[in-house]
Design a protein around this ligand. Structure first.
Ligand SMILES: *[C@@H]1O[C@H](CO)[C@@H](O)[C@H](O)[C@H]1NC(C)=O
Ligand SMILES: *[C@@H]1O[C@H](CO)[C@@H](O)[C@H](O)[C@H]1NC(C)=O
Ligand SMILES: *[C@@H]1O[C@H](CO)[C@@H](O)[C@H](O)[C@H]1NC(C)=O
Ligand SMILES: *[C@@H]1O[C@H](CO)[C@@H](O)[C@H](O)[C@H]1NC(C)=O
Ligand SMILES: *[C@@H]1O[C@H](CO)[C@@H](O)[C@H](O)[C@H]1NC(C)=O
Ligand SMILES: *[C@@H]1O[C@H](CO)[C@@H](O)[C@H](O)[C@H]1NC(C)=O
Ligand SMILES: *[C@@H]1O[C@H](CO)[C@@H](O)[C@H](O)[C@H]1NC(C)=O
Ligand SMILES: *[C@@H]1O[C@H](CO)[C@@H](O)[C@H](O)[C@H]1NC(C)=O
Length: 405
């Protein structure tokens, strides 16, 4: 089956169903990534790098890695999700709905503490490249604390949420949970920063064919992008030496104010062209837990119009578009999203034509779904763009860095 069933998450809002209601407001943390205090330096933790697997169903969808939870540790495979904040785990308290997943068993952990509250978490984007319709993507959760280790770094008594039930789009998950990594740092990552870990993390989210995907927590793995000098022969000047592929940083849209990793984009190009609608400033959210791209309906259609008039809405799923699969290889479909670097210069993140198709529709295998779903909410960039760059997510500096790989 080539239809894609990834997972992907976007923290929408947190809503307790019991007699009280509250917002999951993350603690704001005051940490400098580059100027740690003497006290923090003394206790500083070194960065760790975790290998990630690519969840692949015809298209690269999500990158997943192991954490361990409880005492003795239970290994759980999770998606590292910059679009959400908290840690959710399939648990033995969840029946049929989690039967496909490895489940955390709280009764086998001596350090588990029940939080006694149950709530519902809604996601703004659904599973894989399938659009969310209504509230069809939600989890019923129970709060708790336990010990969590990531890459050998251990946090005692950190907040987590046991999945008690979940809607059908989550049933296919071949992994157990979601570890949120938001721009304010919450839960596990916040606790690590408090212990002296530098307040940034970096992703190398390669296509499956490349392998070696990884998450570095607390640092940057500069062996994964080309930051070195090389000789370039130019026919006019004969010899130029320059640095290629350095990281370009851009400041977050609202430093210190948002959980989202978002940047302002002044314009979008398709095959080098733009239109008045595409040449418009918009806020774009980067989500490592999202498989494809979401833009409002008018922007989605303006982009597709510059690729082919034959890319049309697909009737079976509101928000999706498609075109005959045999047309895909001949269509130039380079989508460039422009941003502004911290030095004021423009820089581009480009999605190559190879990303145009995210696979055939299940109910219509001759038609391939195209990479952008219309969604009249946020602009969201996921795997289609992130797998072409090494990315640095700097909580302390409230900025993102990109280097071509
Ligand atoms: C996660 O752990 C399991 C079991 O120890 C192992 O088979 C798997 O390769 C690990 N996956 C990653 C991405 O580290
Ligand atoms: C569970 O949630 C309630 C309500 O927000 C809170 O008072 C309690 O401390 C939480 N428990 C844990 C273990 O996080
Ligand atoms: C949850 O309930 C148990 C049993 O009533 C109690 O021992 C425990 O302290 C409660 N946990 C919290 C965080 O209130
Ligand atoms: C989703 O559920 C929430 C809480 O029950 C409700 O407020 C909201 O209107 C629902 N949204 C849709 C689109 O059904
Ligand atoms: C899980 O949720 C579904 C609806 O989403 C509901 O029909 C089912 O009864 C729930 N299961 C449990 C055990 O609560
Ligand atoms: C960004 O891409 C557009 C369209 O291809 C191009 O015109 C522009 O020069 C590029 N800008 C930079 C800074 O590379
Ligand atoms: C985009 O719009 C600005 C004015 O808002 C204009 O100066 C610029 O030339 C336009 N760029 C392109 C590529 O059309
Ligand atoms: C989905 O369907 C609703 C009506 O049910 C419509 O208003 C909306 O424009 C459609 N498209 C998207 C992307 O939501």
């Amino acid at each position: 089956m080539l239809r894609l069933l990834g997972l992907f998450f976007f923290f929408f809002f947190f809503f307790f169903t019991s007699s009280y209601a509250t917002q999951a407001v993350p603690r704001a943390i005051q940490v400098q990534s580059h100027r740690a205090s003497a006290h923090a330096r003394r206790r500083a933790l070194k960065p760790v790098t975790l290998p990630l697997d690519d969840y692949f169903l015809g298209t690269d969808l999500q990158w997943i890695g192991n954490i361990s939870v409880g005492t003795p540790p239970q290994t759980m495979l999770v998606v590292f999700d910059t679009g959400s904040s908290t840690l959710e785990l399939a648990s033995t308290l969840c029946g049929e709905a989690c039967s496909n997943q490895v489940q955390f068993d709280p009764t086998q952990s001596s350090t588990f503490a029940d939080g006694n509250f149950t709530g519902v978490l809604f996601f703004d984007t659904g599973v894989g490249v399938v659009p969310v319709i209504g509230n069809n993507t939600q989890m019923t959760l129970h709060n708790a604390t336990d010990t969590v280790s990531i890459g050998g770094l251990t946090i005692k008594s950190t907040e987590l949420f046991l999945i008690l039930n979940q809607t059908e789009p989550f049933f296919a998950d071949p992994f157990s949970g979601i570890q949120g990594l938001d721009a304010k740092a919450t839960g596990v990552f916040s606790a690590l920063i408090d212990q002296g870990l530098p307040s940034l993390f970096s992703f190398f989210l390669t296509p499956q064919a490349g392998g070696n995907a990884e998450l570095t927590i607390g640092g940057i793995d500069d062996t994964k992008f080309d930051g070195s000098y090389f000789i370039y022969i130019d026919t006019t000047s004969l010899l130029n030496t320059f640095t290629t592929g350095p990281l370009t940083f851009a400041s977050l849209t609202a430093p210190g104010k948002q959980n989202f990793w978002s940047l302002i984009s002044p314009q979008v190009f398709v095959n080098g062209q733009t239109t008045s609608l595409l040449n418009t400033t918009r806020e774009v959210i980067f989500d490592s837990g999202t498989s494809n791209i979401l833009f409002p309906t008018d922007v989605t259609e303006a982009i597709y119009a510059l690729i082919s008039p034959d890319i049309v809405p697909h009737a079976s799923e509101n928000g999706t578009y498609g075109i005959a699969c045999d047309r895909i290889p001949t269509l130039p479909a380079e989508i460039t999203i422009q941003f502004t670097a911290q030095d004021g210069s423009a820089f581009n993140l480009t999605i190559p034509s190879i990303e145009l198709s995210v696979g055939p529709f299940e109910d219509d295998p001759e038609t391939c779904q195209t990479l952008i779903n219309a969604f009249d909410g946020h602009n969201l960039l996921g795997a289609s763009v992130l797998k072409h760059y090494y990315s640095v997510w700097d909580v302390g500096g409230q900025r993102m860095g990109f280097a071509a790989v």
